[in-house]
Ligand binder design. Sequence first.
Ligand code: TPP
Length: 632
Amino acid sequence: MSLLNQINESADLRKRSLEELPKLADEIRARLVDVCSRTGGHIGAGRGVVELTIALHYAFDTPRDQLVWDVGHQGYPHKLLTGRNTRMETLRQEQGISGFLKRSESEYDVFGAGHAATSISAALGVAVGRDLTGGDYNVVAILGDGALTSGLAYEGLNNAGHSDRDMIVVLNDNEMSIAPNVGAMSKYLNSIQRNPLYNRVRDKIGELADGAPGRLASMGTLVRKWEESVKAFLTPGVLFEELGFRYFGPIDGHDIASMVDTFNAIREMKGPRLVHVITQKGRGFPAGEHSTGEKWHALPPGYEPSTGKPAKASAATLPYTKAFGKGLTELASEDERVVTITAAMPSGTGTDAVARAHPTRFFDVGIAEGHSVTFAAGLATRGLRPVVAVYSTFLQRAYDNIIHDVAIQSLPVVFCLDRAGLVGEDGETHMGLYDIAYLLAVPNFTVTAPKDGTEMLALLRSAVEHNAGPWSIRYPRATSPDQPPPMNQIERLPYGTWEVLRKGQDVAIFAVGTMVQPSLAAAELLARDGLDVTVVNCRFLKPYDEVTLAAVLAQHRRVLTVEEGTVVNGFGAFMSTVIEAHDETVRVHTHGVPDRVVYAAARQRQLEQCGLTPEGIAHRVRAMLESEALAG
Ligand SMILES: Cc1ncc(C[n+]2csc(CCOP(=O)(O)OP(=O)(O)O)c2C)c(N)n1
């Protein structure tokens, strides 16, 4: 009988012998490949930490001891061992198991996550909270080497090391972020791993210590090697030591017995401790052309479980991400000033294409969104045209940098916001719903949203040629409704202009970006009811098109704004104020994502739930007219 199926909670795991655990690891790997082939998901990170997860739940008394996982995308093995195995088929589905960690899902999920590098700060908060409330348990933060490219991780380390609190940080070092990890810290960790002198001496001392009698011999062998012997000679991890952590490692993160031995030995120690574990991301992937780590970070459903061969993407559709990467690459060939920046998301933002074509003008700065923006601002002061390609959700990390470093100085930085709007199965932590609201509030900022891929590239050209301040372009996690031509056939758009796509007289729909096509379709539906609707493509949210606005308001008494973003303080709210000042007799209704958390589901379902479909928009128009009729 399968071991995994006999584990309903982590206590069941701890009843097992150490010898059984490698078999359990195999079962977990097989289960992950199978489940994710149907659900899609972050399979690479989870497969890398199978043994680490087992060792943690084996050595620590979870859920009493508190495990704080960073990001949470590596949490699938943790979910399998903590009562969620039978529901794993619902991973990332509507009402199903989250693809990240979630407090409401399980008492084992100590702290919700999705964005990187929060674990040390959160774990320190839990540890201090424990001490203030008289608790007695261990607190363990587990984060990857990628997360150590983020400033937030250092703020946590700095504070925790100084606090002298009892907590453990497990550094899961696989040399990968989503792409290969970058930066000085990554090099430093490599040097600890790869220093042959250190490894040789460590082995030698280990052999000698194995024969030692007394107290030393009764401690975990590995711990004794590092703590008492090697550190004195070579001090690996001296940086962490200087920050106030006792450093243990590096340990083989696929050797369950070594890790259990280490965790058991350091569990009762006091103060901040850091265990450096070496793992291989995606370990055990089927071999072959699809086995490189980055491709396996996350996969869509439909891959072949035995080979890992991905499902074939339809050649007829083009994701916005791809169209953007191609267009930006071509624009960078035309214009030497164009410099591309990503915060650890080269393939996610399509800028891996730019990296290949223009390596000297491409910068992956690590999971450091705030830094990426200020870095771009610095580049802009030299006459360059930095393009920051970033997910809408991750740009939230950089709000002060946007205002303080870019906008106040009116520097020409271009922000290309991928995954803007409803993002589907990644769920609430990754929703790109706030960028319209937070960028409209920033002075000197040009805020735009294209209706299709061609317009996205036209806005990109316009943005790069714009001298007066920052500019944002948002586009969704979706395929473009069109196939944009090469960049040299794309012209810039007249600044601050809208486009009237359909002329009617009953109601004007002011549609933003992804909502232009469904608004046109809604107008068709309404035409069947005898309603004559105007549809305006409000591609410039700020500055808006004063001339077109005045012309439309001269013809219409009713306006419905439609946007794929939070309705609170969004484009509709902005336009309501503008229109009221222009003509207070015009009624404005705003339609967008309601003011609530939007959870995982297919993107199309989310659009339906928010009424951001042709039917939903038509319904809002009818409701607007009905409420008016009722009001008399
Ligand atoms: C603030 C933020 N930026 C970007 C991401 C996208 N992202 C998810 S996982 C990941 C890599 C994390 O690397 P690491 O911490 O080493 O964990 P691993 O995946 O290697 O286990 C990135 C960049 C994120 N989750 N949060």
